[in-house]
Write a protein of this length. Structure first.
Length: 139
């Protein structure tokens, strides 16, 4: 069994798409193991998006992900990472296929509803970042 991190980003929470997104993952046969709602601090957002540091869109991404609550979740199942990435769809919603979460609901490349780990190494790092066992309300 493989594990992956999925974040429902501020626009997904604000637009009340949490149930829709969770439902799609459940209907595909993935298992929800952990979930927590939080607002990311700038430091936590910078650590999460460290691979994008220095890119043109980095500051916009940090401002966006810290703009409201996110739902952080750990999902598991056979080939969970690849399966979740297919369900989520392309980062650019204009290129995401109909039937994917982003293809059906995302509006812009920045506000694209969800984050999903892209590799086993990223999943391990991201799960540890969001579910360290030392969580508090000031994340």
């Amino acid at each position: 069994m493989e594990k992956t991190l999925v974040l429902i980003k501020p626009d997904g929470v604000r637009r009340k798409l949490v149930g829709e997104i969770i439902g799609r993952l459940e209907k595909k046969g993935l298992d929800l193991e952990k979930a927590r709602m939080l607002v990311l601090s700038r430091a936590k957002a910078e650590e999460h998006y460290r691979d994008h540091r220095g890119k043109d869109f980095y500051e916009e991404l940090i401002q966006y992900i810290t703009s409201g609550p996110v739902l952080a979740m750990v999902w598991s199942g056979r080939n969970a990472i690849a399966l979740t990435r297919r369900l989520v769809g392309d980062t650019n919603p204009h290129e995401a296929l109909p039937g994917t979460i982003r293809g059906d609901f995302a509006l812009t490349t920045t506000e694209n509803l969800v984050h999903a780990s892209d590799s086993p190494q990223a999943a391990q790092r991201e799960i540890a970042l969001f579910f360290s066992g030392e969580e508090d309300d000031r994340f």
